[in-house]
Design a binder for this molecule. Structure first.
Ligand code: AMP
Length: 622
């Protein structure tokens, strides 16, 4: 197999070509290629001196920033590999990941140092170190000389069905193959800008970070949590004239539902990955945007993506393919005896080729189960990866992905093993048995729902269970609803019959306190807006957004409606931190209105509205 090179070598070659071009831009700050190289070299030297080298893992617990990019390159330049330790994750989960991956060193920022203070091993405050090194740092000591492209570049944790997350170990060769293919196929140039907005704990972020630096383009980094804020995304894509961007389909759907939605002529390529692209979304995108739309498919275990299909912009399409394998990788559709199935027949998708991960860290059993000998591979020892995805070959030679053959789900692009949620839930003393499913009671709105049979001794409250899960699971894995049951419905063979699990009766019984009706005009209007997103019979002013089953995407949509109705912009952060009830959100909106309007004018306006009936107000708002 031809040598692929190392990720940071692609960057270093570009530094030679365009040292003075802008490499990274973040919230008004920017660094050139030469500067980024110098800073990451300086940190790399320190890392090398502390023993980082081939196949040595370094944890990175930072939020989006220029220092994060410096740290990512520094670890690679030192010859090691990085493990993202997202500061948004619960401390217990981070501790598990550090222990499991055996990282001996974590690079973090001052504000997150408390998350790692009880860990064994070193914790370096990268932002402080970076400024010291900026003054004293010299060039590279060629520390990566011993690292080859078969060595590890990164390790990402994904949800694990047995209750523990698992780390997939990926090599330089695998990801460099993807980067070279991207550049050859879509040709990014020096004047292009790519928006880095995928959370760095998901492997789809990998090509975002490194591709622009192969070709002199600029990496524009979204502000922390900016990827959840639709208005911000529109603003930054327009103001920075972004030409390459990636979305998970659910987020693209939300992006295209914004009021300000219009064609962005400077946007050249939009990449989707992580979830199915639906015919409706394909059609909507093509009718609104002139950019090309690409549907990338692949799991973390195969270096981000393995296939691509570029939309042919045919609005009447009912089947959206995932395309065919990219160079030096192959896709098979096999039955359970590993035989090829006929074109059109459903089988499991298997992946082989250069993109495959080395396996799961410390889990030889699971590695052997998922990465099996490849009977169709020419090379001795060739393997193929059991994706767990079902698929079929279409007549035109493309593949179609047809969902899963197991309990792994995607919710808003997040990969989740429902078994992990159940396993943590069953560790609670008050839970005898648990089952979790994804429900779509309102079209396009998928929510995780947990059903549990309480232990005989006592029945835990919803907030207790939520608190228990929050200690170990990231927010995106916390169920929206918890339903207590006496028994689970069973199939004739005695398994839990998930299809018969009742729709969560979204009644007041699930909320610990009494219903308090909205009183003021703003509260009443908010109750109307909230009721469009929740199937509750009555929403009271003190009901918590999260208890009702809210999540960041719903919050974004509510805020868009609030902007339309009240003309006040509330940030996502404000809503999720201090505006999670109608009462609290109304008060933020009132303050916003007061800032914009003369007091007397506003009071007179609100006073008038107080006397109108709900119907009259609704009429007025139309
Ligand atoms: P992750 O490891 O988070 O990238 O998730 C990988 C899984 O996401 C795959 O095994 C598929 O189930 C799903 N997936 C990724 N890309 C696509 C796509 N383009 N279409 C359908 N499903 C996808």
């Amino acid at each position: 197999m031809e040598a692929k090179g190392l990720i940071h070598e692609l960057f270093e070659q570009q530094v030679e070509r365009t040292p003075d071009r802008e490499a990274v831009r973040f919230q008004g700050e920017s660094v050139t290629y030469a500067e980024l190289n110098r800073r990451s070299d300086a940190l790399a030297q320190r890392l090398r001196r502390s023993g980082i080298g081939p196949d040595k893992l370094v944890g990175i617990g930072m939020e989006r920033s220029i220092e994060m990019v410096v740290a990512l390159y520094a670890v690679l330049k030192a010859g090691g590999a990085y493990v993202p330790l997202d500061p948004d994750y619960p401390k217990d989960r981070l501790a598990y990941m550090v222990k499991d991956s055996q990282v001996g060193l974590v690079l973090t920022q001052r504000q997150f140092s408390g998350l790692f203070d009880e860990l064994e091993g070193d914790v370096w405050i990268a932002d402080e170190l970076d400024s010291v090194l900026q003054e004293n740092g010299k060039g590279s000591d060629n520390g990566t000389a011993r690292t080859r492209d078969g060595h590890l570049a990164y390790m990402f944790y994904t949800s694990g069905s047995t209750g523990r997350p698992k780390g997939a170990m990926n090599t330089h060769a695998a990801i460099v193959n993807r980067l070279r293919w991207l550049q050859k196929t879509f040709v990014m140039g020096e004047n292009d800008k790519l928006l880095q907005k995928s959370p760095y704990s998901f492997d789809v972020s990998v090509w975002e970070f490194y591709w622009p630096h192969m070709c002199g383009a600029c990496l524009v980094i979204a502000k922390p949590k900016g990827h959840l804020d639709n208005a911000y995304l529109w603003e930054i894509i327009k103001s920075e004239q972004i030409s390459f961007v990636q979305f998970v389909p659910t987020m693209l759907q939300t992006f295209l539902s914004a009021d300000q939605c219009e064609d962005l002529p400077f946007l050249r390529h939009v990449f989707l990955c992580g979830e199915p692209l639906t015919p409706t979304l394909n059609e909507r995108f093509c009718s609104l945007m002139s950019a090309q739309l690409h549907n990338l498919y692949g799991p973390t275990e195969a270096a981000v993506f393995v296939t691509n299909w570029t939309s042919d912009r045919q609005p009447e399409r009912t089947v959206i393919p995932i395309g065919t394998a990219i160079a030096e990788n192959a896709m098979y559709v096999l039955n359970d005896r590993y035989e090829h199935v006929a074109q059109g027949e459903t089988g499991e998708l298997f992946i082989s080729g250069i993109g495959l991960a080395r396996g799961y860290a410390g889990r030889p059993d699971l590695t052997a189960e998922r990465f099996v000998p490849n009977p169709y591979g020419g090379e001795p020892g060739a393997r193929m990866y059991h994706t767990g995805d079902l698929g079929r070959w279409l007549q035109d030679g493309n593949l179609e992905c047809l969902g899963r053959n197991d309990d792994q789900v995607k919710v808003r692009g997040f990969r989740i093993e429902l078994g992990e949620i159940c396993s943590v839930l069953e560790q609670h003393v008050g839970v005898r048995q648990a089952v979790a499913v994804v429900r779509e009671d309102q079209p396009g709105d998928e929510r995780i729902c947990a059903y549990f049979i309480p232990d005989h001794v006592y029945s835990p409250s919803v907030s207790e269970l939520r608190g228990h899960l929050q200690q170990t699971l990231p927010d995106y894995m916390i169920p929206s609803y918890f339903v207590e049951m006496e028994t689970f419905p069973l199939t004739p063979s005695g398994k839990t019959d998930r299809k018969q699990l009742p729709s969560p009766t979204l009644s007041r019984l699930m909320i610990a306190h009494a219903f308090v009706p909205p009183e003021t005009f703003i509260q009443k209007e908010l109750a109307v807006i909230w009721s469009q997103f929740f199937s509750f019979d009555q929403i009271g002013v003190d009901d918590d957004f999260i208890d009702l089953g809210g999540h960041s995407l719903v919050a974004t949509q509510i805020l868009v409606r609030c902007g339309d109705v009240f003309g006040v912009k509330v940030s996502l952060k404000d809503m999720l931190t201090r505006g999670t009830t109608i009462r609290a959100l109304a008060s933020i909106i009132e303050t916003g209105l007061l800032e914009d309007t003369d007091d007397a004018e506003l009071n007179a306006m609100l006073g008038e509205l107080e006397h109108l009936s709900e119907k009259e107000i609704e009429e007025l708002l139309k």
